[in-house]
Structure formats: structure tokens, C-alpha cells
Design a protein around this ligand. Structure first.
Ligand code: 9MG
Length: 265
């Protein structure tokens, strides 16, 4: 899953059309590099990020999804927590919903159930504005797992088929370094819950802390390493900025696990 942020600072400031064209071109280049899903988001979920209005979010994501839909049959995901954005994005051609709020907003489960599209349920403690203030857990792995199980049950009660759901521990969302490390170390236990798991570690601050690299763009190698570890633990979807480098690492690992390479010589 390639990340396509369509916030005002993400693409060219040469006007609305240029920004849309740049966003679509970037999405197509990620598909070319091996992504099978493009995750289009118009509201930053970084720690401290302020919410955007419904109208603003719609204006950012819908034209990009419409334009992208005419140019690819690849999967398009909409990264949003607002039911109205989910509904209009699906109408515009989005294939799945990626919700960092795990469809907890009133009406979100209904939109996904009616549309019959897959959805990613992510764990977050707090909200982006305050989530890194004081994250606290007794046992992060079991608390995150319990939350995800509860959300799966709520979604099923609301009419969503379990086969449409993807689980995500939410690396960096209301978690200190030790919590993120425990989740990555124990990711296989979340995989064992039996639904596909998405891991989003790309360029995150935990990797900056571990490597001492402040600039997110300088965290590519660390992101690739983390993606590979998540994959080895059984993650089915990797949400990444650097599709090409991640694909290269996955190809090397897949070659080693391919029985054709187990022959002598
Ligand atoms: C939108 N977004 C940012 N980070 C993410 C992550 O780790 N998982 C998911 N599902 N979405 C994310």
C-alpha cells in the first residue's frame, strides 16, 4: 500500500489542478514500482495534527480519487474517519476504507456495510492532537488485540462481513517507543487472530528514535527493515512511502523462501 497524502503541503503549489496532477502521477509511479493499493488521505494523522473540516477533506481527496480511478484498475483506499468522506470516496471509485479510528464514528459502520467494501480497523489511544502526550498500557499487546477483537464484533453486528476486515495495531498512534517495539515483536500474535494485518511503520518517529535520523525522508532504510520484519511476522499489507525500496527487500526475502532456491547449486 503506497501512501498518497493530499494535504496542501504535499504537492506542487502551482494551483489545484497541478497539485491533483502531481498526486495522480505520484500514485501511478507507486503502482509502477509494485504497490497494489494507493491510500489517499486528506487529513494528517501525525501527532499534534489538527482536524480538518468535512468540506476541506472532501475537496482534497475526491478529485484525486476520481482522476486516479480513470487511470488505474489498482486498488484505491481512502484514508479517513469521516463517514461522509467514506461514502463519497466509494462513490468516486475507492475500493476500500482505511480508518485510523476503526469505524467508531457514528454512521461509519453503516457506510462500509452498505457498500460491502473492505475496511482497515486501526488501534489508536487518544486522538492525533493529544495521542503522544501520555500513552499508557499495562500490556500493550493484549490491550490492542482486545480492542481490535471488540471492533471486529461491533462491525459484524453492524452488518460487515468479517472477511472484509483488516486489523492494524496502529504503530505510533498513542504509543511510546517501548509500546511500538513490543507490538512489532508480538505482531504474529495479532496475525494469529485470523484476519489480514496491515502494518504502517514507514518513516515513523519510532524509527527516527532508533536510528537518530530526524528527517522522515532519511528513514528509508529503517522503514524497509521494519516493513520486512512486519512481513516476516505475517503482515499481509505494508503501508509505505518508499514502494520501490520496500519491494526490493521483499523480493530478496521471497526468493529465499521460494522452494526453487532450496535446491543445492
Ligand atoms: C493513515 N495512517 C498513518 N499511519 C497509519 C498506519 O500505521 N496504519 C493505517 N491503517 N493508517 C495509517
Amino acid at each position: 500500500m503506497g501512501v498518497l497524502n493530499v494535504t496542501p503541503d504535499s504537492f506542487s503549489d502551482g494551483g489545484e489542478h497541478a497539485a491533483k496532477d502531481d498526486a495522480v502521477a505520484h500514485a501511478l509511479s507507486m503502482l509502477e514500482a509494485g504497490a497494489s493499493i494507493i491510500d489517499v488521505g486528506g487529513e494528517s494523522t501525525r501527532p499534534g495534527a489538527a482536524p480538518v473540516t468535512l468540506d476541506e477533506e472532501l475537496q482534497r481527496v475526491i478529485p484525486v480519487i476520481e482522476a486516479l480511478r480513470t487511470q488505474t484498475s489498482g486498488f484505491i483506499s481512502v484514508d479517513t474517519s469521516k463517514p461522509e468522506v467514506m461514502a463519497q470516496a466509494i462513490q468516486a471509485g475507492a475500493d476500500l476504507v482505511n480508518d485510523v479510528n476503526a469505524l467508531q464514528a457514528p454512521g461509519a459502520v453503516d457506510v462500509v456495510a452498505q457498500a460491502g467494501v473492505p475496511a482497515v480497523l486501526m488501534h489508536m489511544q487518544g486522538q492525533p492532537e493529544n495521542m503522544q502526550d501520555q500513552p499508557s498500557y499495562d500490556d500493550v499487546l493484549s490491550e490492542v488485540s482486545d480492542f481490535l477483537i471488540d471492533r471486529v464484533r461491533a462491525c459484524q453486528r453492524g452488518g460487515i462481513d468479517e472477511a472484509c476486515l483488516v486489523l492494524d495495531p496502529g504503530f505510533g498512534f498513542g504509543k511510546k517507543l517501548a509500546h511500538n517495539v513490543a507490538l512489532l515483536r508480538g505482531l504474529a500474535q495479532i496475525v494469529d487472530l485470523g484476519l489480514p494485518v496491515l502494518a504502517g511503520l514507514s518513516r515513523k518517529s519510532m524509527l527516527g528514535t532508533l536510528t537518530g535520523r530526524q528527517a522522515p525522508e532519511a528513514r528509508v532504510s529503517a522503514s524497509v527493515a521494519a516493513a520486512l520484519l512486519a512481513s516476516q511476522a505475517g503482515a499481509a499489507i505494508l503501508r509505505v512511502h518508499d514502494v520501490g525500496p520496500t519491494m526490493d527487500a521483499l523480493k530478496v526475502w521471497l526468493a529465499l523462501s521460494d522452494s526453487a532456491f532450496h535446491q543445492p547449486h
